[in-house]
Design a protein around this ligand. Structure first.
Ligand SMILES: NC(=O)c1ccc[n+]([C@@H]2O[C@H](COP(=O)([O-])OP(=O)(O)OC[C@H]3O[C@@H](n4cnc5c(N)ncnc54)[C@H](OP(=O)(O)O)[C@@H]3O)[C@@H](O)[C@H]2O)c1
Length: 307
């Protein structure tokens, strides 16, 4: 039996609730874990707000929030390779329930061991933001010395993209609101405050020939505003805006497999993907943790740490 935080029906934050539930039983290809830390992501409130085909599997209510976690394996379902009871692991809850809970099931092919020396708190931030940053920069495939624009640099994915890009010797210009300047500049980003500057004019002044690539985390009007700054539209990679092909750009192609998680963990161990964790909440404070992300302007990564 363990405590979980989720929602009894689709809707706004008012449908969220704490509840107790028996430990879930891991199915084929799943592992049951004792959750140490759960990462908080924008998709969590999106899945609470309404059905998302292909992502919530028609699970019964109440549903638990959260997609990523780190913890310790308590039991294995059938057909699980490469993981053992007692392993410290991190990964995605794709097939089972969510991760804002004392225990949950993770999808074994989308779960990896935490290497010695890496904390559960850091590991819990890697499945969503960490591997997305890796995938976006792999997709761009730019040589050292190229300049990219990171639109929405101050959030979980944006700061990870900026760190990785710097390690690849790319020059990074990033957009965000005033409070993100310090986080961005601390990792070498040339920051443009969209609340105080004309983004297009400032970017053109810094990079008159246009950007070799744009990684977009903000989408919508802001993506449309910065899109003409790319030298070639196909070098615009959006992580969240499904309409990016209309601009000639591409959606990020995601790799959720164990090998990509292991790669992200190695990069984190080397300090290349060190996430900026701006808030650590206990499970009892999960409403505040998700509210921070749901307001659309959070900084770095927010996580929930179990007792
Ligand atoms: N496809 C995938 O697998 C995948 C994976 C991860 C994330 N995503 C999606 O990618 C998006 C970003 O994720 P995240 O985890 O980084 O979210 P996040 O941590 O909430 O960060 C989003 C950032 O965008 C900034 N922002 C908002 N409006 C902006 C604007 N007009 N111009 C520049 N920056 C702006 C926000 O702060 P300020 O406005 O205060 O600067 C915030 O820091 C979300 O839509 C998420 O669902 C998709």
């Amino acid at each position: 039996m363990g405590q979980a935080w989720g929602f009894g029906k689709h809707g706004g934050p008012e449908v969220q609730e704490f509840f107790d539930r028996p430990d879930p039983v891991p199915g084929r290809g799943e592992v049951l874990i004792r959750v140490a830390v759960a990462g908080v992501n924008p998709l969590d409130h999106v899945l609470r707000s309404g059905p998302v085909p292909g992502l919530d599997g028609g699970r019964p209510f109440p549903r638990v929030l959260g997609m990523e976690a780190a913890g310790t394996v308590l039991a294995l379902g059938e057909d699980v390779d490469g993981l053992e009871v007692g392993d410290a692991v991190f990964g995605f809850a794709l097939t089972g329930d969510g991760t804002y809970a004392e225990t949950t099931v993770l999808s074994a092919p989308n779960t990896a061991r935490i290497p010695a020396g890496l904390s559960a708190t850091v590991a819990a931030t890697l499945p969503v933001a960490g591997t997305t940053a890796v995938d976006a920069l792999d997709q761009l495939g730019l040589p050292a010395g190229a300049t990219i624009l990171v639109n929405g640099v101050g959030g979980g994915v944006g700061l990870a993209v900026a760190r990785l890009a710097a390690a690849r010797e790319l020059r990074v210009i990033g957009t965000g609101s005033t409070a993100k300047r310090e986080h961005a500049e601390a990792i070498g980003v040339r920051f443009i405050d969209y609340t105080a500057e004309d983004v297009v004019a400032a970017a053109r002044e810094l990079v008159p020939d246009g950007f070799a690539g744009i990684v977009d985390l903000a989408g919508g009007t802001s993506l449309r505003t910065v899109a003409p700054l790319a030298k070639e539209p196909r070098t615009i990679i959006s992580v969240g805006d499904m309409s990016v092909p209309d601009l000639g750009g591409r959606l990020v192609e995601r790799r959720l497999d164990r090998a990509n998680l292991e790669r992200a963990a190695r990069l984190a161990l080397d300090g290349v993907l060190a996430p900026v964790i701006t808030a650590v909440h206990p499970l009892s404070d999960a409403p505040a943790a998700l509210a921070t992300v749901e307001n659309g302007h959070s900084a770095g990564k927010v996580v929930i740490k179990m007792a």
